[in-house]
Write a protein that binds this ligand. Structure first.
Ligand SMILES: NC(=O)c1ccc[n+]([C@@H]2O[C@H](COP(=O)([O-])OP(=O)(O)OC[C@H]3O[C@@H](n4cnc5c(N)ncnc54)[C@H](OP(=O)(O)O)[C@@H]3O)[C@@H](O)[C@H]2O)c1
Length: 294
């Protein structure tokens, strides 16, 4: 039996949708902090078993992992000071329950030396703990979500300026929709034991290239203007209202982009799924067409 934690999140929901196709409602269990949420109730009505799984409350975890063969741990959005303990709680409970294989959503180039705080403070230590646990593991190192390029699309289209750190460095992206497909595939099939996959689109892109592709997809001139990584937190707070303490946590990631840490490309996604991920052109065109029809 398969367990997906964090089922009610953006990525979790996509994994659930793909598992419904791949193994059907009786083939997996959905773990979430709140089994009474409208999402969880709807899932239960469709025949999916829903269990409470809260990494902050280890008492919920033995029953969440009971009878589970393969589980997906979706990393949370909590503060970096909290996330390692959350992940360890999940790893320890899975091991105690006899889970055979854990799948974990990590980050491209996770390492002890990464400039991205969440890589060296959360993802890399979690990967190490998972590898040391003795369970089989599959680590999915995600490139940056392409979805974050269009978080501020209204502002980008209104101003004709795409603001980001990064300068001239290329960065790997991948669409969250695709990551839902690949995560469900590694959960539902064998041959992924003790593998570390880095999931990227077929080519990394500079922000100038992204702005040019946005111009084509949205039919208006968009140019790139660099915001230095060190000014990014302030930019997010002033323009998007992101609370300062949350905004600060992304500075390291932005420095890592500027330093070219995510200038990577792999064919791991195609190896998992049998087909390439959508290109940035396809991704942007589908955002544009959804926007037209809404
Ligand atoms: N690669 C990238 O560029 C990138 C970008 C953004 C985020 N991420 C990472 O990817 C993860 C998924 O992204 P998303 O967009 O799906 O985020 P999201 O929609 O905000 O979902 C957050 C997830 O965290 C789960 N969660 C929160 N607290 C939890 C706890 N105490 N115990 C167990 N689960 C908990 C939630 O599950 P329930 O609500 O079901 O309990 C939910 O699945 C993020 O949390 C983050 O670590 C990566």
């Amino acid at each position: 039996m398969i367990l997906v934690t964090g089922a009610n999140g953006n990525l979790g929901g996509r994994v659930v949708a793909n598992l419904l196709e791949l193994v059907g409602p009786s083939g997996f269990v959905a773990g979430t902090r709140n089994p009474e949420s409208p999402f969880a109730r709807k899932l239960a009505e469709s025949g999916v078993s829903v269990r409470r799984a809260d990494f902050d409350d280890p008492t919920t975890l033995p029953s969440a992992f009971e009878g589970i063969d393969t589980a997906l741990i979706i990393s949370t959005y909590a503060d970096n000071s909290v996330r390692p303990r959350q992940n360890l709680n999940a790893i320890e409970a899975a091991k105690a329950a006899g889970v055979r294989r854990l799948v974990y959503t990590s980050f491209a180039n996770a390492s002890a030396n990464s400039l991205a705080e969440h890589s060296h403070q959360v993802h890399y230590p979690t990967e190490q703990a998972l590898i040391a646990s003795g369970m089989d593991y599959t680590i999915l190192r995600h490139a940056l979500y392409a979805d974050i390029l269009v978080n501020d699309l209204d502002e980008t289209l209104a101003s004709g300026v795409f603001h980001r750190p990064g300068g001239t460095a290329a960065c790997a992206y991948i669409a969250r929709d695709d990551l839902g497909v690949s995560a469900a595939t590694v959960l539902a099939s064998e041959g992924h034991e003790n593998r570390i996959y880095t999931e990227t689109m077929e080519r990394p892109l500079t922000s100038d290239q992204i702005a040019a592709l946005m111009s084509e997809a949205f039919g208006r001139e968009i140019r790139y203007e660099a915001v230095p990584a060190d000014a990014w937190a302030d930019y997010m707070t002033r323009h998007w209202g992101v609370p300062a303490h949350l905004a600060r946590s992304s500075i390291g990631t932005m420095r890592a982009i500027e330093a070219g840490e995510f200038d990577v490309r792999t064919s791991d996604y195609a190896e998992i799924t049998g087909h390439p991920p959508q290109s940035i052109e396809t991704f942007l065109r589908s955002v544009a067409s959804r926007r037209m029809s809404s």
